[in-house]
Design a protein around this ligand. Structure first.
Ligand code: PEP
Length: 251
């Protein structure tokens, strides 16, 4: 049985003071049973949020990382550094990184491998643009990203990955995929994982949906059989809406 994971991607929001205040309120609210929660603050707030959440069930995640352990990579953060801060998760290949920073499937693949080597759980984002969907290429695009991002993993490693299906046209736009469309793509992703790593692994991998998930639309999406939680951007920035989504995910 897959425990749903609801992860908050804070993007480039919240100062350290704001992040600590959020973490304090989240911890004191307590997590709903039957769902795993994680927050992914900006790098600057990871240490403080991790300290605040210590002893709680809420996992800490980063929004990106480099694949190397150390080196002359100005501005980058390594898997070792994230581990030291207590991170359990790392979001990789988010569409904003692919779009604005030219991140390729090859780079995502190197990062996924590095994350697994260091005991971090990668949340690997895949998803098509509106133009790709309208051209009838959504499955082809998602399949290419998934194959590229997970290339060369052993089946046993692949079982530890979380996949986030995030149609680009739904991120931050207020436009959500219909529950049946999100389910259809998630089932397609699971079938692809079965082809790549076997049915047992595919049955273990958690597939999140992401894209304008809010308390009002969460239940319809999260009750789909192949959707195991959500990657939440905007609605994760308030404790109340994040927890409302978490409650909708609890199976
Ligand atoms: C995201 O950033 O991964 C995301 C899904 O954002 P939003 O919920 O704001 O659409």
């Amino acid at each position: 049985m897959r425990v749903p994971l609801v992860a908050g991607n804070w993007k480039m929001y919240k100062t350290v003071a704001e992040a600590v205040d959020y973490a304090r309120r989240l911890k004191s609210s307590g997590s709903p049973a039957g769902v795993e929660l994680a927050v992914c603050p900006p790098f600057t707030a990871l240490l403080a949020v991790g300290r605040e959440l210590a002893g709680s069930q809420v996992g800490l995640g980063a929004q990106d990382m480099h694949w190397a352990e150390e080196g002359a990579y100005t501005g980058e953060v390594s898997p070792l550094m994230l581990k030291e801060l207590g991170c359990r998760y790392v979001i990789l290949g988010h569409s904003e990184r692919r779009q604005h920073f030219g991140e390729s499937d090859e780079a995502v693949n190197a990062k996924v491998k590095a994350a697994l080597r260091h005991g971090l759980v990668p949340i690997v984002c895949v998803g098509e643009t509106l133009a790709e969907r309208e051209a009838g290429r959504a499955r082809e695009v998602v399949a290419g990203q998934l194959r590229g991002s997970l290339a060369g993993l052993a089946a046993q490693e692949a079982g530890n990955v979380v996949v986030a299906y995030e149609p680009v046209w739904a991120i931050g736009t207020g436009r959500t995929a219909l529950p049946e469309d999100a389910q259809e793509m998630s089932a397609f992703i699971r079938a692809l994982l079965a082809e790549m790593f076997g049915r047992e692994v595919a049955g273990k991998v958690r597939i999140q949906y992401g894209g304008s998930v809010k308390p009002e639309n969460a239940a319809g999406i999260l009750r789909q059989p192949d959707i195991d939680g959500a990657l939440v951007g905007g609605a994760s920035l308030q404790v109340e809406s994040f927890l409302a989504i978490a409650r909708a995910a609890a199976k």
